[in-house]
Design a protein. Structure first.
Length: 291
């Protein structure tokens, strides 16, 4: 077992006029991820040789405006996705808390759709080919995913199932230590780190290699297709180790399956990932066929 490191979820706190303002690692991960993505996309726009016809789809300076749209898409989409998919009953009874993002609760799938919608509108307004823009955004997303999953670990949230593996982590908190049948401290899979490795590092390295060394941007749609299929597959696998959301767990459904067939089932995260995998593979096939 590995004791949970003594890391505060807050980078620092400041008291002003009797109120405490804190910068949390989770917020910093979002900020850093968006800034890194902005610079990565702008960098691609400075390399016309990577694009079809040796012409970049947008000017590097225009990406700063796109960043504002993506920030709104991530925040609004991520929050609404969490509210509507994971806890609709609670927020229907407490609508004032829908905007309380500082209490936690963001959905990647919702944030993804939010960015898709924001980028779609921005591309139309600026006459930028949408598939080319989607490829650039997909290439730049893994660093933010990596930082976000590390922040989940620091927050001691989204941990995995109990395990006796030597890398199991003893997460703090009553919920994390509620492990029926376990005597003493309960170690769990650090599923946040699994996701950081698969969604952030592995997927990011694969996309970077294919974009810079194999010319994948020359075929619009296949880079974003690989991102969608890769993220969906990584999330689907990690869900086997990750503890399901509490609202889906019942005494007769301890693994929190939302779709069940006999002794098998899949979680909400897996259910949302399957369409991503299918859509990603379809985009890759279409890109290659059009080429």
């Amino acid at each position: 077992m590995i004791p949970f490191p003594a890391i505060s979820p807050e980078v620092f706190s400041v008291e002003l006029f009797g109120l405490t303002f804190s910068l949390r690692w989770y917020a910093l991960a979002y900020i850093a991820g968006l800034v890194i993505a902005w610079r990565m996309v702008a960098g691609l726009m400075r390399k016309p040789g990577l694009w079809p016809g040796n012409r970049a789809p947008a000017e590097p300076a225009a990406i700063e405006d796109l960043l504002t749209w993506c920030i709104l898409g991530v925040i609004l989409g991520g929050r609404l996705g969490f509210v509507l998919v994971y806890q609709p009953g609670y927020y229907l009874a407490n609508p004032a808390e829908i905007l309380a993002v500082w209490q936690g609760g963001m959905s990647f799938h919702g944030g993804f759709l939010g960015v898709v919608a924001a980028a779609w509108v921005w591309a139309g307004r600026n006459r930028v080919p949408r598939l080319n823009l989607a490829d650039a955004l997909a290439y730049a997303t893994p660093p933010g995913l990596f930082l976000g999953r590390l922040a989940n670990f620091v927050n001691a949230e989204l941990w995995g199932h109990p395990t006796d593996r030597p890398w199991g982590v003893i997460f703090p908190g009553e919920a994390a230590q509620f492990c029926p049948g376990v005597i003493g401290p309960c170690a769990r899979h650090p599923s946040q780190l699994y996701e950081a490795a698969l969604e952030g590092l592995l997927l990011g390295v694969a996309l970077g290699f294919l974009v810079w060394r194999r010319g994948w941007l020359k075929r619009p749609g296949q880079t974003v297709g690989l991102f969608m299929a890769g993220y969906g597959a990584a999330r689907f696998v990690v869900e086997f180790f990750r503890e399901a959301d509490a609202q889906f767990v019942t005494p007769d459904n301890p693994l929190g399956h939302v779709l069940r067939l006999g002794g098998w089932g899949i979680t909400m995260g897996q259910t949302l990932s399957l369409p991503m995998i299918a859509a990603g593979l379809a985009l890759i096939l279409l890109a290659r066929r059009r080429a």
